[in-house]
Design a protein around this ligand. Structure first.
Ligand code: CAA
Length: 258
């Protein structure tokens, strides 16, 4: 599928998905949400790590599109929320690592997109917030759920109830992002991290991601059981044989595509 609002770049197992609607600071309208959903659902087998970013120097994504939302009724509001929430849930549960390279404003639906990624790297100029209640709505693409999980209920409530915008340094302090870089170094650092992941066993990565994602909502015994199952599954893969043989032969492993 050709995309009007996504720019896709591929290199050595890494794919970059750039949200591109410069006139509205990459705000997410329903076409963009559909494009993200389609892209995620059809991601090709050669992609071992996905990097999500925004076009331009100012914004990652400045939220859901307020122009489109302005005249929605209750049913349409629900549908718009479901469109974004489903696309982001599919992104979150992709069987490859996803890194958000947050190059500027990550507000509302933009922060929600970043939070559906596995790892968030930020430009020192990035700004973060959930300003929805100031617009008369709640966060709609699972922000209440993921923000509270990532930074705790207290801080999430403070951000959502006050529409507070925080800078990259504060986002790092509260654990909302993993690292902060100068704007010009952000993509390089995202690629360096992605390359480290590409060098590792893709099926082991997939099983580890599934354990971390799913165990969040599980009882301890179930989470521990899931890890044992996935650990066992690794022993049915060529990657385990190659990884351990390479170690014992004192060479670098060569892993199969996922
Ligand atoms: N939707 C639609 N258009 C948007 C937009 C959005 N979320 N964010 C920015 N734009 C548009 C502006 O309207 C403006 O368009 P015009 O040039 O036609 O006037 C253009 O992008 C540039 O924006 P500004 O002139 O406002 O740029 P600025 O530098 O002065 O401010 C900003 C930047 C602080 C990000 C500001 O644009 C802003 O506050 N944007 C809205 C942020 C927001 O409230 N996001 C949450 C949306 S609700 C949501 O996301 C719901 C959900 O959870 C699903």
């Amino acid at each position: 599928m050709e995309y009007d609002f996504l720019k896709i770049e591929k290199m050595d197992g890494i794919t970059i998905m750039k949200v591109s609607a410069p006139k509205s600071l990459n705000a997410l309208n329903s076409t963009i949400l559909r494009e993200i959903g389609d892209f995620v659902d059809n991601i090709d087998e050669t992609t071992r790590v996905l990097i999500v970013t925004g076009d331009g120097e100012k914004a990652f994504v400045a939220g859901a599109d307020i122009v489109e939302m302005q005249n929605l009724n209750e049913e349409q509001g629900f549908e718009f929320s479901q469109l974004g929430a489903r696309a982001f849930r599919h992104l979150e549960t992709l069987d490859i690592p996803v890194i958000a390279a947050i190059n500027g404003y990550a507000l509302g639906g933009g922060l929600e997109l970043a939070m559906a990624c596995d790892i968030r790297l930020a430009s020192s100029k990035a700004k973060f917030g959930q300003p929805e209640v100031g617009l008369g709505i709640t966060p709609g693409f699972s922000g209440t759920y993921r923000l509270a999980k990532l930074v705790g209920q207290g801080y999430a409530k403070e951000m959502i109830f006050t529409c507070k915008t925080i800078n990259a340094e504060e986002a790092l302090r509260i654990g909302l992002v993993n690292a902060v870089y100068e704007p010009e170094g952000l993509m390089t650092q995202a690629l360096v991290m992605a390359q480290k992941m590409v060098a590792n066993a893709p099926l082991a990565l997939k099983y580890a991601k599934e354990c971390i994602n799913e165990s969040y909502d599980m009882y301890a015994d179930d989470a521990i059981e899931l890890e044992s199952k996935n650990f066992g599954h690794c022993f049915a893969t060529q990657d385990q044989k190659e990884g351990m043989t390479a170690f014992l032969e004192k060479r670098k492993p060569i892993f199969n595509a996922r």
